[in-house]
Design a protein around this ligand. Structure first.
Ligand SMILES: Nc1ncnc2c1ncn2[C@@H]1O[C@H](COP(=O)(O)OP(=O)(O)OP(=O)(O)O)[C@@H](O)[C@H]1O
Length: 295
């Protein structure tokens, strides 16, 4: 993990946006995305040969995968496997050493601004300005995204993430779990078609984490959004993900549905599969070992 800062890029106001009225903009339905029609039949994310080297460390090593529209994919791996580096390259925050990332058909390295408003992300490693209140932070991001009806939209995501009571508090004074929910509110502000989540339930108590998972799932299905979720929580992944990409030392070692992985490794849970992978056992080794243990 490492700290990253992100700006969506253009604060360009769409032609369809309304005028300012008493500090709040007139409503515009931001789910009616403009500019997406031509790229509608393209997969939201196409990654080919993606590699990132930091000096002698190869953090990400020739990754190739595609995220199909409307799917939720989990990016798993042990500490230092390359998850955050991969997400940062998908967002166009760091330049790949080699390979390409196309998001809605745009090369993210050279043309991020073309698609920045159709995507968003949340990460516990990205701090919002600490002295601004939650509302001020959300207003800043609403401006960066060119959201016309900022006040209404903030009210809507605040209700969705149950952070209404936090809106006037300085962001730096919130608890870790409260910051996680505020970060998620920021991530949903522009109703993104592509949402990248780095440990979305980090620091949350089990009850709140469960509720946040439901919120994420509900958002994905109602918006038809494509999600990539990096997580260490295997039950979360089993619950949310249609597909799992498992990284080990920067490389993809598995790319399958959770059920297929559990079957291939002869295990009962994804957590057991995860342990096999980080301990360097192949599906065959793990399955044979499982059979020996059972007999
Ligand atoms: N800016 C950097 N400079 C040097 N090395 C880096 C940098 N960022 C990441 N790395 C290294 O790249 C590798 C992958 O790191 P990354 O943060 O992507 O892993 P991760 O899978 O997100 O890990 P975790 O689960 O611990 O968050 C690690 O070996 C890390 O030390």
């Amino acid at each position: 993990m490492f700290r990253i800062a992100w700006r969506p890029g253009t604060a360009r106001r769409p032609k369809s946006a309304g005028r300012s009225k008493g500090g709040c903009d007139v409503a515009r339905d931001i789910t009616q995305d403009e500019g997406g029609a031509a790229a509608a039949d393209l997969a939201p994310v196409v990654v080919r040969g993606l590699t990132k080297r930091f000096g002698s460390v190869t953090a990400v090593d020739h990754l190739s995968f595609t995220l199909e529209a409307g799917t939720t994919v989990a990016l798993l791996g042990g500490n230092g496997a390359g998850k955050t580096t991969t997400i940062a390259m998908l967002l166009g925050l760091i330049r790949p050493s080699a390979g390409t990332v196309h998001v809605f058909g745009a090369d993210i390295t050279s043309n991020r601004y073309a698609v920045a408003q159709r995507m968003n992300f949340q990460s516990p490693y990205v701090d919002l300005p600490q002295r601004l209140t939650v509302r001020q932070n959300l207003m800043v991001y609403a401006g960066l995204y060119g959201i016309a009806n900022a006040c209404d939209r903030i009210a809507s995501v605040a209700a969705q993430l149950q952070i209404d009571a936090l809106l006037e508090r300085p962001t730096g004074k919130l608890s870790a779990g409260q910051k996680t929910r505020v970060g998620l509110a920021k991530a949903l502000l522009n109703a993104p078609e592509l949402l990248l989540l780095d440990e979305p339930t980090a620091s949350l108590d089990p009850d709140t984490a469960d509720w946040v998972r439901q919120t994420i799932k509900g958002y994905a299905s109602s918006r038809g959004a494509t999600l990539l979720i990096a997580s260490h929580n295997m039950s979360e992944v089993e619950r949310l993900a249609d597909r799992v990409i498992l990284l080990h030392a920067g490389r993809i070692v598995e790319d399958e549905t959770p059920a297929a992985l559990i079957a291939a490794y002869g295990r009962e849970t994804l957590e057991d599969v995860f342990l096999d992978v980080v301990r360097g056992r192949s599906a065959t080794d793990a399955s044979e070992r499982g059979q020996r243990e059972a007999s």
